[in-house]
Each structure stands twice: as C-alpha cells, then as structure tokens.
Design a protein around this ligand. Sequence first.
Ligand SMILES: [Zn+2]
Length: 205
Amino acid sequence: MFCPHCRTEFVGWRGKCPDCKILLVDAVPPEPGSVEKTLSYNDLVDLVKKSNGQMSIELIPAEVERQKKWRIPYLGYGYAWVKRFRGVSDGVAVELITTETGRQKKWTFPYFGFGFAWEKTLQGSIAGNDLTLIAKKVSRRRKWEFPWAGYGFAWTEELAGECGADLTVCLTITDVNRKKSLEFPYLGYGFAWARRGDLELKVIE
Ligand SMILES: [Zn+2]
C-alpha cells in the first residue's frame, strides 16, 4: 500500500498513512509533473484519431476519502469514495477530482445501519484540456452480520462525458475495493471505492 501524499510504501499496512493521515492506496500514483505533456485541443484530438479514433488510459485513485457516522442506538454508517483519480499513458496525463458525491443512508429493523457514497461528478483535465464526467451507473450492496451489524457498499461503475466538441469520454470502473469495520457493540461500517478504472476517449464522427 502507498501513501498518495508522501508516496511512501507501507508493506502489510492498511488504513491511513501514519504521517499524513491520508488513506493508503494500492498503487503508487505517478509523480506529479514528471513525464507529462500539455497538448493543445487539436493535438489531443489528432492523437486520438491516429490511434484508430480511440484511446484508453488506466486510472487509479490518488486520494480516497472515508467517513464514519453513527446514530443512537446502534446504527453505523460508513462512506467511501475516490476524491482524486490519476493516470498517465504515453506522457498524456489525466487528473480528475470528485466535485460531487452521492450519498444515501438506510436502516432496517432493529439496528442495521447502511451508509452509501459514490462519485457523482468528476472534473479535471487530460493533457491540459478540461474534462467533465457524470455518473451513469451506480451499484449498491448490503451485508449484515449477527447480531446487528449492517454494512452498506456503493460505488460508481460507469461515468460519461465530453472533452470539447470532438471527443466523448467514458470511465469504466474495472475493480472495486471493499472494507468492513466493526465497532463495539453493534456498529458496522461498510466502505467501497474504485480501485482501478479505464478511461476511454473516442472521436465523435
Ligand atoms: Zn504519507
């Protein structure tokens, strides 16, 4: 596991970086500004055209947010979402920030609390060009454990948007992280967030 801030690798650790208090991620994010180029919009469109009209970039979380809430008597609500995605392919860098999250909480008799959070709107840039993505498909799961621990998981599976007038963009989440945490006496917290995604750019015909 890696800290997205200080970039230290923590082997066998989980949770937060002890120094930065930021949630550890699976893969070390690319060094900021190391290999990246800025392209004019026309150059970016040309680049996609040259690769048969579509281009794919793998994204990983650079920052993950996690929250716990609880209510009397024994309702625990866990929320997690990716705050920032990053990826680089052939020097073309993508950075996306979650500007809006979706949230929901549910409970069922007697003491099962389920918290859900997912990425709703992402905004950022690709090689210096603005990009906005909106959630199109969201998944939700509930689990429970004896006696009254409820775990809610939600994550975005697909987001779509545009980059300028000539490119459509689609982000498909290909892998999801899930974690459960239990606190005395019956507070269950479920967390789910994207672990990996595939960003695809296509030229509009
Ligand atoms: Zn750190």
